[in-house]
Design a protein around this ligand. Sequence first.
Ligand code: ADP
Length: 165
Amino acid sequence: MKKAIYPGSFDPITFGHLDIIKRASNIFDELTILVLTNVRKTPLFSADERVKILEEVTKDMPNVKVGCFDGLLVDYAKKNDVHVVIRGLRAITDFEYELQTAQTNRLLSQGSLDTMFLTTSLEYAYLSSTTVKEIASFGGDISKCVPDFVAQMIFTKYGVVKNEQ
Ligand code: ADP
């Protein structure tokens, strides 16, 4: 069985992430989306909330699972016998960090964990969780960025009252 993991903060999931999830789940027999605790970021949503959101948006994708992990990715991969990491690439600005992480994972796993990059669909090339949160914090329209119920949850976090969303 061909298995892969798609790790990230997903704080919150955007249509850009969802696009990568759909495409990766068509390539692999089983895809696990892994919510990681990123020490460099202070999340808007707790890990539990992010897992629940991901479970909801992927409920119609039978070969997609959702998990949560706060250790080294290589340890998770070894324990679960996974050898492929999926990451999305939007622009050249993503590249340096992604390359470094991919090389580090290969090194730490003694070559058993490879990273496969899927390039963003052009309509989502501009989309990031950070941008979504920034727009939402000012009460802007994020309906083209995230599913409706996620938009509602983000506005609630920021105390923004939106009746039309
Ligand atoms: P991290 O904090 O690990 O960077 P993110 O949740 O921001 O996690 O992103 C997870 C993965 O999804 C990363 O590989 C990122 O490049 C990718 N990604 C984020 N937004 C998009 C998008 N709009 N299109 C394609 N890939 C994306």
